[in-house]
Design a protein. Structure first.
Length: 628
């Protein structure tokens, strides 16, 4: 199935163009804002070619196609008429969705996600520096100073990064935000780490009683300053005349917020931050690895809920305070177990499409993105997801018992290995990953997944046993000729303007452009399907061919207007009997085509199914030859 066909099916499954407000995409997902979630045919979406999973979250229906593919599908759906919007527009719309807690956590994510790359880079620099030290290499003083610049800068200016990103998210001027943030760590202020070490450096006393230090490494105070500063700046712009805006607004914003930040917000929320940090460390330090067990067990559930960005705040706080991050190893265990469960499904299934979906989804998980594995495979079959939570909990507990702590955040499993190279914990990290993988794989393989094809084989065995016991064995298929059910002009099925039929997905056959509105029986047969809308009929011939006659394209949307059927399910008909009638003029008035498809839906049971009708065909003319 090509990308255009997939795009058409996506639009149909979304409830049509009229149910779509806007569409955008990120690196891996097509993000759709819909009017009515109930109109989405989610099963149809998830079973499409190239779809790795789909879920509804943050007011968006997100369809996972993977890197590269999503760009192509996006171009196709836009070309087919879906309205577009930017990711920022979608975020603004999605921000209105969910309860206050979900909205708050999404905001944390929007603020901290752009900062993660520099924290990742710093963590990798720490790993390399630690490896060099572990090898006993003595660096020259100037090179050693340079390595300190690489590993320390991000945390020294962390408040500046946080205030900048917060201003950006809340609609302030990011340039004002970063200057305000850098004021909080100005070299003119006593360094917070130097003051905390208890040495000669002490806090400055403003007005004789307010102790003030730099906010190096602070996260929460910077976030609060950023929120209030952005809102204050926006409020100023509403009252300051445009001609004075460039001079007055940044001046007043920086002046007022620097005072509040250094003298009020900084000291107060630094205390709050310390309490949060203390509580986090207390959970991580629970005896017998209980902290890791709890976090490892619930982390992927939190990912499903969409509020996992709260970990960004906690991880950055830990790194700023201690230069190590115990969360990273615990989260790695949870994600490894999730990927392992997906591998188990891929190994066990005989379904080629599921296998082709599961292996790439697992690889994505091992590179640090578990959504394709969760939504594309594990949650779809449920048991793999919940068994992977158990495996992740055990792996997380092991990570805590081993005292694992990475030198950064934002990368896990395979790329995350670099965070443990220089701290002497690489072997322990690999052992924890191996245990988490083994548990996730074994639990899912043994208890979590029963292959769909295995179930089908069991049903076939049961059918054969019943036939043997009752003696009701169906007759073998025979060669036969399918007659034209429509008077009109023969059309190759591949030329039909509907990918479901033209691709042969429903089976091989022929199409006919009608010249009169009567549907005839194409053979002696039993009516197996007679739609109330009168637009389609299913028949099974006495020789075993299963035939679908579908009048028009998308004519089900007419709800029977212009159609009339004269047979019902279970009726026996002779070749040439009238099955029903239709009005081509009404089909055209509805903006639809009346081209009628005649399909042998059990094509796979035959050696060949060959269209033989050409040019004008009449009632009783041969149009399809089937060979058993």
């Amino acid at each position: 199935m090509n990308n255009t066909e997939i795009a058409k099916k996506v639009i149909d499954a979304l409830g049509g163009r009229e149910n779509v407000n806007s569409v955008a995409h990120c690196a891996t997902r097509l993000r759709v804002m819909v009017k009515d979630e109930e109109k989405i045919n989610k099963d149809a979406v998830e079973n499409l070619d190239k779809v790795q999973g789909a879920f509804f979250n943050s007011g968006q229906y997100q369809i996972i196609f993977g890197t590269g593919t999503v760009n192509k599908i996006y171009d196709e759906v836009v070309a087919l008429g879906l309205p577009t919007s930017s990711k920022d527009d979608m975020k603004a719309e999605a921000a209105k969705q969910g309860n206050w807690f979900q909205r708050a956590i999404r905001t944390f994510g929007d603020v901290f996600v752009p900062i993660i790359p520099v924290i990742v880079a710093t963590g990798l620099f720490m790993g390399v520096r630690g490896l060099v030290n572990a090898l006993g290499v003595t660096l020259p003083e100037d090179i050693n100073t340079y390595t300190q610049i690489l590993t320390d800068t991000a945390f020294i200016i962390l408040p500046g990064l946080v205030v900048w990103s917060t201003f950006r998210v809340f609609g302030g001027n990011p340039a004002v935000g970063i200057v305000l943030g850098m004021m909080l760590v100005s070299g003119s202020l006593p360094n917070a780490w130097a003051v905390a070490s208890g040495g000669e450096v002490t806090a400055m006393q403003f007005f004789g009683f307010i102790p003030v230090v730099g906010l190096q490494g602070s996260v929460l105070p910077a976030f609060i300053i950023g929120v209030l500063g952005a809102k204050f700046e926006k409020a100023l712009r509403k009252v300051v005349p445009d001609v004075l805006d460039l001079l007055v607004t940044p001046f007043v914003t920086l002046f007022v917020m620097s005072i509040l930040g250094l003298f009020v917000i900084g000291p107060v929320f630094h205390v709050v931050e310390n309490y949060i940090l203390f509580g986090t460390k207390a959970i991580l330090a629970l005896p017998l690895g209980l902290g890791g067990l709890i976090i490892g067990g619930v982390h992927q559930l939190i990912v499903v809920s969409g509020v996992h960005h709260i970990f960004n705040l906690l991880e950055v706080q830990l790194l700023a305070a201690d230069k190590v991050n115990p969360f990273n190893a615990i989260i790695t265990a949870a994600m490894t177990a999730q990927g392992a469960a997906t591998v188990a499904v891929a190994v066990k299934t005989k379904n080629a499409k599921l296998k082709a979906l599961a292996f790439p989804a697992a690889l994505s998980a091992f590179l640090g993105i578990t959504e394709p594995a969760i939504f594309g495979v594990n949650l779809r079959f449920r048991k793999p997801f919940f068994l992977s939570l158990i495996a992740g909990a055990i792996g997380g507990g092991l990570a805590s018992l081993l005292g694992l702590a990475g030198t950064g955040n934002g990368i896990t499993i395979i790329p995350g290995t670099m965070l443990y190279v220089g701290n002497g914990q690489l072997l322990q990290y690999l052992f924890m990953v191996a245990v988490s993988f083994a548990l996730g794989f074994a639990l899912t393989y043994m208890f979590g997944y029963k292959d769909e094809e295995t179930a089908a084989e069991a049903a076939e065995t049961e059918k054969l046993v019943e036939e043997a016991e009752t003696g009701k064995v169906p007759a073998a298929l025979q060669d036969e000729t399918i007659l034209s059910p429509i008077v009109g002009q023969a059309v190759a099925l591949s030329d039909v303007n509907d990918p479901v039929f033209s691709s042969g997905a429903m089976g091989q056959g022929i199409a006919i452009k009608p010249s009169e509105g009567v549907v005839y029986a194409p053979a002696d047969a039993e009516v197996t399907i007679a739609f109330e809308t009168g637009h389609a009929y299913g028949l099974k011939t006495s020789n075993g061919a299963e035939i679908l006659i579908h009048v028009g394209i998308d004519t089900v949307s007419m709800n029977g207007e212009g159609f009339n059927h004269t047979v019902a399910q279970g009726d026996k008909v002779k070749a040439g009997d009238v099955l029903g009638t239709f009005d081509s003029a009404k089909i055209a008035a509805a903006g639809l085509e009346d081209t009628t498809m005649v399909i042998v839906t059990n094509t796979a049971d035959y050696a060949s199914v060959t269209p033989v009708g050409q040019g004008t065909v009449s009632k009783g003319d041969a149009v399809i030859e089937v060979k058993a």
